[in-house]
Design a protein around this ligand. Structure first.
Ligand code: NAP
Length: 261
């Protein structure tokens, strides 16, 4: 397979290029300042004419442009970039009308497992307080991370399902919270009484941490912590290349990592 990689000079894109190459794929790396075998990203439409798939780990504003190009040329698109606003996300959805698009906030298989475990834990402990912590390297732009936002959606969904399923709980405040939907509290400072519906969200940016997410569930006298830690960017690269391999030949549409890999 010929895999075009935008962001190939970046922390994650470079790992994607190595992983794809190690698997025997022909890699076409692109950069805004090309060196060696890299192609200039302004030539993306021409490059895509010779590619079977495009993998993008860049920045949202650039990914939108790359999605237009992939749709124009008819090349499947794998997106690892995070931090899209609604309009930018809409551009990916539009591209999915024309080509298969797979976007995942985290390509680590362990995170897919974490999502299932978090949903099960939250459903089993509907009255427990939930706090989420996202820790990444000091160069990460978006906060909370895309993975943290995905986990928050999972927590919301599990709590709503648990509320509908049980219809009752020991703590009437928690029942009310389930009816009203859930609130995120980003960090805390000063006087603050914790509401039962609150999900505390904490972001740490330091050093070269590849990515760590922890969901803490606490009741009276017990704590359950569910943690995923990426120890190398290779796990993201492996998942992205898996996605690229399995997206080939699919119909246009917006695909979820868990249904493809
Ligand atoms: N889904 C996942 O599993 C996963 C895992 C890790 C990271 N991510 C996400 O992937 C993205 C990249 O992260 P990273 O840590 O690899 O970042 P990075 O090291 O800063 O690399 C980003 C690359 O994007 C390219 N780029 C930047 N602005 C561009 C523009 N305007 N047009 C074209 N290319 C541009 C740059 O390449 P040139 O300068 O060579 O053009 C740069 O090397 C982030 O959104 C991050 O959150 C996702």
């Amino acid at each position: 397979m010929r895999v075009a990689v935008v962001g190939a000079t970046g922390r994650t894109g470079s790992e994607v290029a190595s992983e794809a190459s190690d698997r025997g794929h022909e890699v076409i790396p692109l950069s805004r300042t090309p060196e060696g075998d890299q192609r200039d990203v302004v030539d993306l439409p021409a490059v895509l004419a010779d590619a079977d798939t495009l993998v993008d780990f860049t920045v949202p504003e650039a990914t939108v442009e790359h999605a237009h190009a992939a749709a124009e040329v008819g090349v499947p698109l794998v997106v690892g970039t995070t931090g899209f606003d609604d309009d930018q996300f809409g551009a990916l959805v539009d591209a999915a009308d024309v080509v298969p698009v797979l976007k995942a906030s985290n390509f680590a298989k362990g995170v897919q497992a974490l999502r299932r475990v978090v949903r099960a834990g939250v459903a089993a402990l509907p009255d427990y307080d939930v706090e989420l912590t996202d820790t990444h390297h000091n160069g990460k732009r978006d906060a909370p991370s895309g993975t943290a936002l995905t986990l928050l959606e999972d927590i919301d969904a599990a709590r709503r399902d648990a509320g509908t399923a049980s219809g009752e709980g020991d703590d009437p405040r928690a029942d009310e919270a389930r009816d009203e939907g859930l609130d995120r509290t980003y960090g805390r400072e000063g006087e603050h009484e914790r509401a039962p519906e609150e999900i505390g969200v904490h972001v740490r940016r330091a050093g070269n941490v590849r990515g760590e997410h922890e969901v803490l569930l606490a009741g009276d006298d017990e704590i359950l912590t569910l943690t995923h830690r990426a120890e190398s960017r290779r796990v993201f690269a492996a998942g992205a290349v898996d996605a690229a391999e399995r997206l080939a030949g699919r119909d246009p549409g917006f695909y979820d990592f868990s249904e493809v890999v």
